[in-house]
Ligand binder design. Structure first.
Ligand code: CS2
Length: 489
């Protein structure tokens, strides 16, 4: 049996299904970037609210902007937006439910005008984004908008032919303003500190170049709440589809696996209304800064520490890294000695408990989160997750050895493209070639990798860092056995 609206009745006595009338819902949210994370997090929260009959005007219209979104579009079209969420507990318990909050989907490369019209429609009140850290189009070291990007250049010249998120948001806001409609809220759900402020700055930088009148209106009328989002969501593998088929007798072409933990903290700053998400556990706060900083600097950076070192050693999943005491201890050392002193105390949070809990989450043996997912797009992630911690420690005279070790390991990873067992590494990064080019100069020039100013800014000019990095990279290249070096750090 295929998973789709027609078959839901037959499925509802086997597995938890939407109890609401999906056909009567209005899509008040347009979400750009429907991937695993959106489906395990925001779409799940909205689904829970719909189950309580509390969100009839807040169903989701997914939008894919790129050709790469076509597979998701095709699957969700065939499945009428339905998919299964498989929650894997550390003790082996599994909860499965069919999520119904995504009721429409548009693929911008096929129907750009339909996307603009949808965004500009009166019923659209929020446009949310998971476009990844790299999708914001800023220079990672300066934080400035990258006007060199060819698609951006095209959009600036042709406002009616959008290609990126900026072109679409601007075209839609222009249309709304002309029609006398209030603007939507732009809600970033990416792992970027001050994600709302960053989205705001980028949108305004772009619009100012295209249409300064419109920029004023956006500046005054559009809200961009900051938020902290959290739920570990690995890449879906084929076994899960088989499992669902065996267990329940239906075929889901793209289910989502996630951990039981879920958290969403948002600033209550919406220009055109919002769903009552507090009824399903979302925290609304006046200032999200301490939460997002804690999450990004501990969880996301901790993930990268395990992912990159683990990949070089030959571990394939994050839980395998956590079962290896050398890696678990190294990651905790990084958190305790380099991140915690920077974070200070956060009201209402027991930092030791938060870190202990992260260890349990990372160690969940049923998630099987691949190190290749964690290492993917490190060139966009590390400038947000890890380098700011290193800079703050340099300023304050704190420890830098763990973070520096990680950057050296990343160079080794980008250069050799093999793990310590001699197996090839799967490297997914837009900057893959640039990273490789710089890293392979290392044996002629120990600091070649960290001279890439787009990623590292002017870190290379800090003598203390440069010396620490140089000594670590030399030992790493001489001895190569990363696990041993980590055990004696
Ligand atoms: C991960 C995140 O992509 C990464 O490197 O750290 O996807 C992480 O799993 C989520 O932010 C958890 O909320």
């Amino acid at each position: 049996m295929e998973l789709n609206q027609k078959n839901l009745d037959n499925l509802s006595n086997r597995i938890s299904c939407p109890e609401y009338d999906r056909k009567s819902l209005t899509t008040g949210i347009v979400h750009i970037g429907v991937g695993g994370f959106h489906r395990s997090h925001q779409a799940y929260y909205i689904h829970r609210l719909l189950q309580k009959n509390g969100a009839d005007n807040w169903a989701i219209c997914g939008v894919g902007l790129r050709e790469g979104d076509r597979n998701m579009y095709n699957v969700l079209k065939e499945q009428d937006g339905l998919y299964t969420l498989v929650t894997q507990h550390p003790n082996g318990n599994i909860e499965n439910e069919i999520i119904g909050s995504i009721t429409e989907f548009l693929l911008a490369v096929d129907e750009p005008q339909a996307v603009i019209d949808k965004l500009a429609s009166e019923t659209t009140k929020i446009v949310s984004l998971t476009i990844t850290e790299g999708g914001y189009n800023f220079n990672p070291s300066t934080g400035n908008f990258d006007f060199e990007n060819a698609d951006i250049q095209h959009e600036l010249r042709n406002p009616n032919e959008p290609k990126t998120v900026y072109g679409y948001l601007t075209a839609a806001l222009r249309k709304r303003r002309k029609a006398g409609l209030p603007p939507f809220t732009i809600m970033s759900c990416d792992n970027i500190q001050h994600n709302g402020n960053v989205a705001r700055k980028m949108v305004l930088d772009f619009v100012k170049k295209q249409d300064s009148n419109l920029a004023n209106w956006i500046e005054n009328e559009v809200s961009f709440p900051n938020s902290m989002v959290d739920r570990i969501t690995p890449v879906t593998n084929k076994e899960i589809m088989e499992y669902l088929k065996d267990e329940y007798g239906f075929k889901d072409q793209w289910p989502v696996v996630c951990e039981p933990f879920i958290q969403w903290v948002i600033e209550d700053n919406f220009s055109n209304g919002r769903p009552q998400l507090e009824n399903v556990g979302v925290q609304f706060v006046p200032d999200v800064t301490p939460y997002e900083k804690m999450k990004i600097r501990l969880l996301n950076a901790g993930h990268s520490v395990l992912g990159i070192t683990g990949a070089v050693h030959g571990h394939t999943t994050i839980d395998a890294c956590m079962r290896d005491e050398v890696f678990a201890k190294f990651m905790r050392g990084f958190m305790d000695k380099e991140v915690t002193p920077i974070l200070g105390s956060i009201e209402g949070i027991d930092m030791e408990e938060y870190k202990d809990n992260l260890e349990i989450r990372f160690g969940n043996p049923n998630i099987k989160d691949s190190v290749s997912r964690i290492c993917s797009e490190s060139s966009a992630k590390l400038p947000k997750f890890l380098i700011p911690t290193l800079l703050e420690n340099l300023e304050k005279g704190g420890s830098i050895k763990y973070a520096t070790f990680l950057l050296a390991a990343w160079c080794f990873y980008s250069d050799k493209r093999l793990n310590n067992k001699g197996e090839p590494l799967e490297i997914i990064d837009e900057q893959r070639n640039e990273l490789h080019q710089a890293a392979k100069e290392t044996e002629n020039n120990w600091t070649a990798f960290i001279e890439q100013s787009r990623i590292f800014g002017d870190l290379i000019h800090n003598e203390r860092f440069k010396n620490e990095y140089t000594s670590i990279i030399q030992i790493l290249y001489e001895k190569s056995n990363i696990r041993h070096l980590m055990s004696v750090i």
